[in-house]
Design a protein around this ligand. Structure first.
Ligand code: MEV
Length: 397
């Protein structure tokens, strides 16, 4: 987005698609090619599809929409979302509008540190702590050989930790790698395979190597979004703002204490996250896997978000998740729609994108909880769903 432009676009939803893209393109200064990359059906050529995957026979289209109202760290942002489910865009935009009553979302994130695992079978009496402490720096340096481009950009292997799993007599080395603006799966897997050769040959000679692969539980690559919303945001015909806040808090408690509800609650969070990942060419399966593992890291599956009521009676929300996303390389770089979507977002780097995505997950969850805890979701959902039903009727006539 061009600095200073607002993402508050009342009536945007009512415009035809060609008008919506004109409005968004103007705000984000998109050129004709970028506009076309978003406003068309089938953005990738057969050649490109064939580059991405094997056995390509075509492309699969999803609706691509733009969620509005997002104010993130005092800056307005338009959010591209690729999703098939009705009411997701409306709910994200509504959640972001509620958050504006409390100055929108605020974010933070860690450095983009990915973790790769190297499994090696050693007996429990092996003095692996002593051996690895002595060789730690050598292993890290070895992992970095040939990675000059990454290192020049400030990345590379930075740390090594380890633990032992007695049940399977496995020593697990965790190689922690700064991947800059890349998601980094290839970098991590390459480094793990390289390091494993050294480990098997020189550090634990004669022992069997196990797996060498990244972990999707990227708990050193975390992004966080928060919001503080005053009661006036929630006032409705049926309930006072304070009542709605209390009902949202109770809805969150339900998810905290009940795994059946937590699963649906978290599906609602991913309703916001996955569409942005898809629109920007990121690996949504990786983020799903990491997010679900992270929310049961204490041994119990919990809601991904946390909601509470502050002493002043405001609603406080936070979402912290592992968020291994990239803005360079791979599909992100090659897919014209992903490129244009990143421009719509204001060309974020990987950390900024991770933070934006957490804001969307939090907004999505807020909107669902607000509706569920007051009028229920079917009223709004069904109004949008009617359009699908009408279409179905026409097709079946
Ligand atoms: C529907 O796709 C998502 C919700 O079920 C999420 C929730 O229940 O929190 C509305």
């Amino acid at each position: 987005m061009v600095e200073g432009r607002s993402s508050r676009l009342p009536g945007f939803y009512a415009l035809p698609a060609n008008e919506r893209i004109k409005v968004s393109a103007k705000i984000s200064n998109l050129n004709d090619d970028e506009k076309e990359a978003i406003h068309q059906y089938g953005a990738i050529s057969a050649e490109l599809a064939d580059t991405f995957i094997e056995n390509a026979v075509g492309t699969y289209s999803l609706p691509l929409g733009i969620a509005t109202n997002f104010l993130i760290n005092e800056k307005d942002v338009l959010i591209p979302m690729a999703v098939e489910e009705s009411s997701v865009l409306a709910a994200a935009s509504h959640g972001a509008k509620l958050a504006r009553y409390g100055h929108g979302f605020h974010t933070s994130s860690s450095d983009p540190i990915m973790t790769g695992q190297v499994q090696i079978f050693v007996s429990p009496d092996t003095p692996f702590d002593e051996i690895l402490t002595r060789n730690k720096q050598m292993i890290i340096d070895y992992a970095n050989v040939g990675q000059d481009r990454l290192i020049n950009r400030g990345g590379g292997a930075q740390d090594l930790s380890w633990y032992y799993i007695p049940e399977i007599e496995s020593l697990v080395l965790s190689l922690h790698i700064h991947t800059c603006d890349a998601m980094g799966a290839n970098i991590v897997n390459t480094m793990c395979e390289k390091v494993s050769l050294l480990v098997a040959k020189e550090i634990f000679p004669g022992r069997d190597l196990g797996l060498r692969i990244l972990s999707n539980l990227t708990d050193r690559r975390i992004a966080k979004a928060t919001c503080h919303i005053p009661p006036e945001a929630f006032k409705s015909k049926q309930f006072s703002g304070q009542e709605v806040i209390e009902r949202i808090y109770r809805a969150w408690q339900f998810a905290y204490y009940d795994i059946y509800r937590a699963s649906t609650h978290n599906k609602g969070v991913m309703n916001g996250i996955d569409p942005v990942l898809i629109a920007t060419g990121n690996d949504w399966r990786a983020i799903e896997a990491g997010a679900h593992a992270y929310c049961c890291k204490d041994g119990v599956y919990r809601p991904m978000t946390k909601w509470s009521i502050t002493p002043k009676g405001n609603l406080y929300g936070e979402l912290e998740l592992p968020m291994a996303v990239g803005t360079v390389g791979g599909v992100t770089k090659l897919h014209p729609t992903a490129q244009a979507a990143l421009k719509l977002l204001g060309k974020p780097n990987a950390r900024e994108l991770a933070e934006i995505i957490c804001c969307v997950g939090l907004a999505q969850n807020l909107s669902a909880l607000r509706a569920l805890a007051s009028e229920g979701i079917q009223q709004g959902h069904m109004a949008l769903h009617e359009k699908n039903l009408d279409l179905l009727k026409k097709i079946n006539q």
